[in-house]
Design a protein around this ligand. Sequence first.
Ligand code: ADP
Ligand code: MG
Ligand code: MG
Length: 878
Amino acid sequence: MAKYVYDFTEGNRNLKDLLGGKGANLAEMTNLGLPVPHGFTITTEACRHYLAEGSVPSGLDQEVAEHLEALEAKMGRKLGQADDPLLVSVRSGAKFSMPGMMETVLNIGLNDESVHGLAKQSGGNDRFAWDSYRRLIQMFGKTVLGIDGDLFERALDDLKGRRHDTDLDSGELQQLVETYKGIVRDQTGKDFPADPREQMRLAVMAVFDSWNAPRAILYRRQERIPADLGTAVNIMAMVFGNYGNDSGTGVAFTRDPGSGQQGIYGDYLQNAQGEDVVAGIRNTIPLQDLEHLDKPSYDQLVDIMETLENHYRDLCDIEFTIERGKLWMLQTRVGKRTAAAAFCIATQLVDQGLITMDEAVTRVTGDQLAQLMFPRFDGGADKKKIAKGMNASPGAAVGKAVFSSERAVELAGQGEDVILVRRETNPDDLAGMIAARGILTSRGGKTSHAAVVARGMGKTCVCGAEDLDVQTAERRFTAPGGVVVSEGDVISIDGTSGEVYLGEVPVVDSAVVEYFEGATEPQDDLVKAVDRIMRHADDKRRLGVRANADTPEDAARARRFGAQGIGLCRTEHMFLGERRQLVEDLVLASSDEERQAALDALEPLQKSDFIGIFQAMQGAPVTIRLIDPPLHEFLPDIVDLSVKVATGAATDKDRELLTAVKRLHEQNPMLGLRGVRLGLIIPGLFAMQVRAIAQAAAEVPGARPEIMIPLVAAVQELESVREEAVKILADAGVSALIGTMIEVPRAALTAAQIAEAAEFFSFGTNDLTQMAWGFSRDDVEAAFFSRYLDLGIFGVSPFETLDREGVGRLMEIAVREGRQARPDLHLGICGEHGGDPDSVHFCHDVGLDYVSCSPFRIPVARLEAGRAALTETDSDTR
Ligand code: ADP
Ligand code: MG
Ligand code: MG
């Protein structure tokens, strides 16, 4: 029979799939002998069953009852027992951490009788007992009964006025409990459930249900967490940080999650429970100050932090509670960190002998590297600093201040850059946080909701800028010196320094980019760490990395960034600008002579283009794609021409052009006269390009051209182009590979034939995706992709991350059958996917020789290619 419940003593950290991260790590800490309250975990499997069937699996209730009995036996009291109640928390916990996205209920087991028992058992601490009871009704009411949490908040605010919650005495709290019970009765038509087991059962189902709360769905989509994992539920004995000033609750990191530096980082709040620390209801104290409040607990905590770091061999974050001088561990996990910290921590752990360089490479991601390449504020620029908060998540963000999540979404939807400004954020702000360029809060520390979520998303965040008075309702904030910033005013925030500026501050390149550019030797710790990891990734990767570059400048930058060649040099831009004129002549040519004259005029220009690129690439291969887009793209706009003709402003040439544009008009240009079809229909066009390549190569010593024919669907197309090209190359005494793009599904399916005429394949996955799905890329993304994402038809746009099942299968076929026909067939990819981390892993898995991507993505591709070689593709490595 299936086992749905595991005692903490039965689990371990490798069981995250089954027990969720929280449950697996609670078990791990229990096994390490750390002080964890007793408890047990209901598996994600039970949750999946519940979500699919609408009811818990049979046998679950029985199993839970048995584990509860065992827990009661260990604790020597029963759940909700009137004279001496055992209280429990019911906590969500999925495989991947989703901070604050799902539900947790504390103090389960209290009711009108057991509250007295709790008071008595605590030596007459009535205040504590009633505080716990009101917390239960509040949390239970909101999360289990679905009552608007503001109703409780307001009742609490009304009662305490300007005082802190800790200033309420037991009489007032008792009164608050009555008010809360009234709210429950009003809102649900029923009394607050007094039966402890019923409370527990309902809370478990509420946790299951919270997996599908809108904010959890949104978060999963953002973080690319699969939608079907479900959450585990942890039930554990309560410990109390709200006893009084000898108690409290806190969070800690074993290193600075912002920089990676070792030390004691965290926040502590006296006389408080659970969420209070991160919710910012009172100001926390720095964890170091706990040493003066309770030295034994502090020393023990520091010890445990060291134990955990050595055990997990990584930065850990921790939740703990001190109950009357006794320390309890409530949670740990490998903590989220900034991109910079990820690189620094990985190399520090190598130096400490805790991990190998191979592991270090797998501990960082291409996305993190990309973040480090973001620009930062120009140090020399004139800035008007108006406040300083915590540097919660690095980067430089500029945008219009907005004061609600809705407004952020709305303005961002209109293409505006916005900064979301809040007193503090809560999980309901998620949509606005995703939409904003950056997040600014006036309350909360580095462990606040805003900070944790922003770091996870790689979004710039400054939090706890206490000098700011955020007036959400008035949609403005004020800063010292009479500064008022209203909605729509531009501000700049620096997540690396924590500074906030009025107006727009100019941004400059990152130090990491400067390092890649070769301008600086690795100096600061971050750049040194990046350097070490990149070298190791380069050592380990099997995939080559090339660049998509069309100009000598791009080519040179690509080389500096580590490109081993050019995988896609488009020739179409070489027909723009002043040269449009020549293309017009080509299109309008009415005789072979006129056409040849236009081509002859283009040839030397093309040749000099190629010379520049060959020189920049210094002997590395350059794959040049012959002209691809339809020719009418180079002609003037049909509407402009029509207007000129209608108003009599047109020249003879304009009139001719209009006729040509009309003649060339296509209903589906992407499927029309373009690519190899142009080469076959317009005599001399491809020949001119091949001659220009051959002559340029002849002039640049060491040049290694590769000629790539686009949009081939049938080997016959390729054969006739190839024949002509081979002759031209031979005449010039130049050797070059001749190959094709694989971007039409038929080409992938007939790869064995095509390989007979091609020395290389380069997958053009933009077109291949477009044609495999039948999506017109320019139209569908804006038209309905967001709906498709909502419907779960795909988790991420197939134009962003390669669709392994469909497009990937076409690639697999082409790789396998192409190589069978020609064992030394050289294989690459040159679509946008070449710089996308997940797609790079796929390219490794499918056995390509290289990926090609835009110059700025080259470091990302190098790193991910190294990671692909060091790990099996596994979602756990994110
Ligand atoms: P989240 O996943 O949102 O952090 P948690 O399940 O960790 O939610 O719980 C919320 C808060 O309640 C945390 O601060 C946690 O430490 C605290 N908490 C959970 N269980 C207990 C318990 N048994 N005793 C005391 N505090 C608890
Ligand atoms: Mg937690
Ligand atoms: Mg294409």
